[in-house]
Design a protein around this ligand. Structure first.
Ligand SMILES: Nc1ncnc2c1ncn2[C@@H]1O[C@H](COP(=O)(O)OP(=O)(O)O)[C@@H](O)[C@H]1O
Ligand SMILES: [Mg+2]
Length: 489
């Protein structure tokens, strides 16, 4: 297996033909695999690329939509001699010893603690925490604003989190999710509440609220001019702006934040993400770790989405901020059934993944899956923006017209001369007569994708795919499209 810094970015990972290598460099420009259920994504192109990554010695992160994902990767790791690099992050976490035996290991990742320790108290801490916690609530809410247009809701959430953090850090010197949730839950809901004086039956808000207690503590602390400014801004928010927010707005952001915090502060999520830290994303490139987030969505649902989403986001940020001079190891990010894991950060991540040496592979049935999860009025633009950042696109058998049209359009059209091609293909559309015997035609017709082999015994284990890579003309075809057979094992 490769040692710490000997990975050659131009080393071939896979040969599409004897003259068409696909290298780590190509992989760092992102890969999208699409095909109908049963078209051979997982067992065909997916298995081929996964084994190639492990063979090349890469570490990475494996997202799990289905329960069988973990076993699949353990199998790949066994075949490529990488079992000792496997880290299974789950309630019953484990690793493998040098004899290939499972060893129970409590992998834990206290994400807030990690963020706090990493940065110390220096500049940018609050904003980083705000970004992090806003992402976390976004994961739970399932809102995905790829283009980064700040919605009203997001602005309000960011304000809530930012001002809560400011007061807590001033009063306690640090923050915990538990404190922040308590603080937000106890925040004033009206100006009257703030003004009301204590009676014998009912103490005042100022006497009982955790929020009030922290504000008072923060006020009494000695402050630098900057801290004083931050404190004044934050108290103005909690004592004026927040209680004056419309009831529905206020209760909705509070409910969203506290319900996400609650999920994280209980049971499994608490154990994995809020206790100690024995696992950090950096292990993927420092120790070639293959981190499998074995909380499959099919089993754990929203909890799986939040826990995996947090780890994925922290991984992406760790990869983006590392220095490739001191930490040059490429890593992979793997998501089969990727519609479960798309986030608004992916676009940003993918746009710079090449320089960060991050090989992302996203697999899903069809383009409409991305439209659906990206939601909103711009879902098409956002899906196309994301897909545009995956330079290598592999298309398997598909009956989804939108996907087939997308693929055919991308591969492009040609002027075809000659009698046989000048006839318009009628019902299919897409062909228009260009005058005389010339016409513009798809190089690969949309319906070609409906006829690709899907593997299995009846196809001699052959899975067909059509491969397109932005800006690349394949030597074997002298064209932008390449027909490839991936063998199932
Ligand atoms: N190792 C294998 N040998 C033979 N057939 C297989 C193998 N793996 C999967 N298949 C079959 O090949 C087809 C494609 O499977 P799969 O890769 O899971 O598709 P997808 O991931 O696109 O849903 C399915 O019919 C499946 O049963
Ligand atoms: Mg599959």
């Amino acid at each position: 297996m490769a040692s710490s810094d000997d990975i050659d970015l131009d080393a071939p990972l896979f040969a599409f033909s004897p003259n068409d290598y696909w290298t780590i460099n190509d992989a760092t420009q992102g890969t999208s695999i699409m095909g109908a259920t049963g078209s051979g994504k997982t067992s065909g192109s997916g298995a081929t690329l996964a084994r190639a990554f492990l063979d090349a010695g890469l570490g990475g992160l494996v997202m799990c939509a289905k329960p069988e994902e973990r076993e699949l990767w353990e199998q790949y790791a066994r075949e490529t001699g990488r079992l000792q690099n496997v880290i299974v992050f789950s309630p019953e976490g484990y690793r493998y010893d040098e004899h290939g035996q499972k060893v129970a290991h409590q992998w834990r990742f206290n994400f807030l603690d990690y963020e706090l320790k990493r940065r110390g108290k220096g500049g940018g801490l609050t904003e980083n925490l705000v970004n992090l916690l806003t992402r976390v609530t976004e994961l739970a809410e399932g809102t995905h604003d790829i283009a980064g247009k700040e919605q009203f809701w997001e602005r309000a959430m960011r304000q809530l989190i930012r001002n809560g953090i400011e007061i807590l850090i001033l009063s306690k010197g640090t923050i915990t999710l538990k404190d922040l949730a308590k603080f937000v839950r106890d925040a004033p809901t009206s100006i009257e509440q703030l003004k009301r004086v204590a009676t014998e039956d009912e103490p005042s808000w100022w006497d009982t609220s955790f929020c009030a207690k922290c504000m008072e503590e923060a006020e009494q602390k000695e402050k630098t001019p900057r801290e004083l400014n931050d404190f004044e801004m934050a108290s103005d928010y909690w004592l004026h702006e927040f209680p004056n927010l419309g009831d529905r707005t206020r209760s909705s952001i509070v409910a969203t934040f506290t319900s996400v915090a609650d999920q994280l502060l209980h049971g499994l999520a608490w154990e994995l993400l809020c206790t100690e830290t024995t696992l950090v994303p950096e292990m993927t490139y420092k120790n070639d770790a293959i981190i499998i987030l074995d909380l499959p969505i099919q089993e754990y649902q929203e909890l799986g989405r939040i826990v995996q989403g947090i780890f994925k986001f922290m991984f992406q940020r760790a990869i983006l901020r590392r220095n490739p001079k001191t930490d040059p190891r490429p890593v992979f990010l793997w998501a089969d059934e990727a519609q479960n894991f798309v986030s608004s950060f992916d676009y940003q991540y993918q746009a710079v993944a090449r320089s960060a040496r991050a090989c992302t592979v996203y697999m899903t049935q069809n383009i409409s899956n991305y439209y659906a999860v990206l939601g909103g009025a711009n879902s098409h633009d956002e899906a196309h923006a994301l897909l545009g950042n995956f330079q290598t696109k592999i298309f398997h058998a598909n009956g989804d017209h939108a996907t087939n049209l997308f693929a055919a359009d991308m591969i492009g059209q040609d002027w075809q001369t000659g009698h046989s091609f000048s006839v318009s293909q009628g019902a299919e559309g897409g062909s228009r007569t260009g005058g005389g015997s010339e016409s513009v035609q798809y190089k690969v017709w949309p319906d070609a994708f409906t006829r690709l082999k899907k593997g299995g015994k009846e196809n001699n284990l052959e899975v067909q795919g059509i491969v397109f890579q932005g800006g690349r003309v394949w030597n074997v075809t002298q064209d932008t499209a390449l027909f490839q057979i991936f063998l199932q094992k």
